[in-house]
Design a protein around this ligand. Structure first.
Ligand code: IPM
Ligand code: MN
Length: 351
């Protein structure tokens, strides 16, 4: 009997449905080759449903998501919905409620992909960012004081718990050990200014590091990480950081690996249900035109398969992507030399 997985699919807004369609095409083909099956439950959450019904993510659906083997998400963000509503109500709600406390962002330059960094080749850009995904500034703590007056103060608090920091740091050490590249883990923080949060992070990092003598530990301030990511990306193996810094540096990282068209990420609960997504957003201006690059969604699918334990299928998808990228003119929407569906077809053909 074939193995069977339950996958929740949330195509979402904008170009989300188009890239997810290609991802599912690849899933269909690779599952047939590898001998497993997927039961898909599709959910129409996103801007359109919210505008029609006022509902973003009902509690009953959240409960259903908890019973899945994985979640595959397209994009969140609608031009007619105020910024923050869908992000908080859907994406962050799932990340928090399902305790997906790691945001994993592999940064790899694939063959033939243009990078804005001069003289850098695929082997030079190959690292992973482990971003804490449940706390920090994203916890949403804060308040207005004397709102609307000249004396107004807006407080936005970064919440860092020992438990939250430790499980993230521990994950990063384990990941670095298993990755077997340079066995180097860089803590990306701001110990020189943010002396509460980063004191806790640094202490936790050093304590956990003592259990991993085989891993070389490194520290860099977040501003320096930005500089080195552009100047010497080959220095990095695994970077661990908090939610806000992780959000920012992974957009920079996405650009050096060829742009949002190819950048994928996973929201992991190592003990529970994880969610995989292209990190690029809903790209309203390209919606419905069959021009968006589906490779980020297809790379997210490869991560999803890896997470299910379907290692062979995961590698098959990634290897197929590596065969396609040299044939494409660009990773950017509308300039690939192929349509969205043609890129999906090529990945299927090269599996
Ligand atoms: C990301 C996105 C989200 C974030 C937004 C859409 C809330 O930018 O996944 O990096 O800030 O985490
Ligand atoms: Mn982001």
């Amino acid at each position: 009997m074939d193995k069977k997985y339950k996958i929740a699919v949330i195509p979402g807004d904008g170009t989300g449905p188009e890239v997810i369609r290609e991802g599912l095409k690849v899933l269909e083909a690779v599952s047939r080759k590898s001998g497993f099956r997927c039961d898909k439950a599709t959910y129409d959450f996103g801007g359109n449903r919210y505008l029609k019904t006022g509902e973003i993510l009902p509690d009953s659906a959240l409960e259903e998501l908890k019973s899945m083997d994985a979640i595959y998400l397209g994009a969140v963000g609608h031009p007619d919905v105020k910024a923050g509503i869908l992000e908080k109500g859907l994406l962050l709600k799932i990340r928090f409620s399902l305790e997906q406390y790691i945001n994993l962002r592999p940064v790899r330059l694939y063959p033939g992909v243009w990078t804005p960094l001069k003289d850098k080749e695929p082997g030079d850009i190959d690292f992973v960012v482990v971003r804490e995904n449940n706390e920090g500034l994203y916890a949403g703590e804060g308040e207005f004081i004397r709102k609307g007056t000249i004396d107004e103060i807006a407080l936005q608090v970064s919440r860092n718990t020992r438990r939250g920091v430790e499980r993230c740091v521990r994950f990063a050490f384990e990941y670095t050990k298993k990755r077997e590249k340079n066995r180097k883990l860089t803590l990306c923080g701001k110990t020189n200014v943010l002396t509460y949060a980063w004191d806790l992070w640094e202490r936790t990092f050093n304590e956990v590091a003592a259990e991993y003598p085989e891993i070389s530990k490194d520290y860099a301030h977040v501003d320096a990480v930005c500089m080195w990511m552009v100047k010497n990306p080959e220095w990095f193996d695994v970077i661990v950081t908090d939610n806000m810094f992780g959000d920012i540096i992974t957009d920079l990282a996405a650009m050096i690996q060829g742009g949002m068209g190819i950048a994928a990420g996973g929201n992991l609960n190592p003990e529970g249900v994880s969610m995989f997504e292209p990190i690029g957003g809903s790209a309203p201006k390209y919606t419905g035109k069959n021009v968006i690059n589906p490779l980020a969604a297809i790379c997210a699918l490869s991560m999803l398969l890896e997470n299910l334990g379907e290692h062979e299928a995961s590698s098959m998808v990634e290897n197929s992507v590596k065969k396609i990228t040299p044939k494409m003119k660009s990773m950017a929407a509308g300039r690939m030399g192929y349509s969205t569906s043609e890129v999906g077809d090529l990945v299927v053909k090269n599996l």
